[in-house]
Design a protein around this ligand. Structure first.
Ligand code: COI
Length: 356
């Protein structure tokens, strides 16, 4: 793999002054990482260049058949001013799993970690300074061949763009309202549910739209066969605390293997909290609620961090969780994860990586 060529922008954009108003994913930094793939040559011409539009043929295959994969991670400014990433190795490992499923050429994971560190180093000034804000990192690969037949492409672009961001949900750490989707499904056995690919998100929009009409933020997806087992929310994995036990749906192939999900399980287990991955039905959750045993519900994700769920709607049944307040396990996980990410507590797991 070649070195990374760097071409700096001649003029720099104004950086946001009020970090409390960043929102999520609206603002982009001055530079981006780009790399090409051509069959026969492999990945080549890695470069950091000024952020700009990408020129594509209207026939580019990604536009027609959605051969695309992406990742999401963040850079955090710690109290001593240094900047660090959280488990970037896990992102690039998962990207290769997604690549395999979508017949996209694999990447060199070590090289991509180095490229990410380099890009963030170039954009270090863009890493927010305030609590809860970070630099969201979006690596993605898409097919560019000008061809409208259906086959895996021979040409791809790999880009990384950066976006200074605050909380994913406008509610911040306040509990979100989730609606159990009963009409549409997100993924099916043998499908692409475990891959981080655009189609999984496109397919979720209709349900999300209908949920919004009812004043709910997101939908909770059930399995695509019986619509009985809980899967995930789409922008985050889901956890239940029932009678003191932390339970999350197991990875059956239709659920995204979230890195925050994996980390939350490891944090719980390190603190002696029973944390189980298993199939769980919506009936079981509703029954636990009726019996007063549904202590907490929360989502986990890179963008969402730890997001408590205050209301869970299933048909006509509306479950109000923990008085619509953040519960002790969600709070502990939020404090531990963000504490490690922002360097406020020691990283006993060895998850953080300094950019230089
Ligand atoms: C992330 O959490 O990084 C994701 O990719 C989810 C996306 C819906 C923002």
């Amino acid at each position: 793999m070649s070195d990374i060529r760097i071409e700096l922008a001649k003029t720099l954009k104004e950086k946001p002054t009020d970090e409390s108003k960043l929102g999520f994913g609206h603002i982009f930094t001055d530079h981006m990482f780009v790399m090409n793939y051509d069959t026969g040559e492999g990945w080549h011409d890695a470069r950091i260049v000024p952020f700009d539009d990408v020129s594509l043929s209207p026939a580019a295959m990604c536009l027609h058949y959605g051969q695309e994969i992406f990742e999401g991670l963040k850079a955090y400014r710690t109290a001593d001013g240094t900047v660090q990433l959280f488990r970037p190795d896990e992102n690039y490992k998962r990207m290769n799993v997604s690549a395999e499923r979508m017949v996209i050429p694999k990447i060199d994971e070590e090289f991509m970690i180095e490229a990410t560190k380099k890009l963030v180093e170039v954009e270090e000034e863009w890493v927010p300074h305030s609590d809860g804000a970070s630099l969201y990192i979006r690596p993605f690969i898409f097919a560019t061949d000008p061809y409208v037949g259906v086959r895996p492409a021979d040409h791809y672009l790999f880009l990384i763009i950066l976006s200074p961001s605050g909380a994913y949900y406008s509610t911040g750490l306040n509990p979100v309202k989730i609606y159990v989707e009963q009409k549409y499904v997100r993924a099916v056995r043998g499908g692409t549910g475990f891959a981080k690919t655009a189609a999984n998100y496109a397919i979720s929009l209709k349900g999300q739209d209908e949920a919004h009409e009812q004043d709910y933020e997101q939908v909770l997806w059930l399995d695509g066969v019986e619509q009985k087992y809980i899967e995930e929310v789409g922008s985050m994995n889901i956890f239940f605390v029932i009678d003191g036990e932390v339970i999350t749906p197991e990875l059956t192939g239709s659920v995204l293997p979230g890195i925050t999900r994996k980390s939350a399980l490891e944090v719980c287990r390190s603190k002696g909290i029973k944390a189980t991955e298993r199939r769980i039905t919506i009936e079981e959750v509703a029954k636990a609620y009726d019996e007063g045993k549904l202590d907490e519900v929360f989502g986990t994700g890179t963008a969402a961090v730890i997001s408590p769920v205050g209301h869970l709607k299933w048909g006509d049944k509306i479950m109000t969780i923990n008085n619509n307040e953040i519960g002790p396990i969600s709070q502990m996980l939020y404090d531990t994860m963000t504490g490690i990410q922002w360097g406020k507590i020691p990283d006993e797991f060895g998850w953080t990586v300094k950019i230089k």
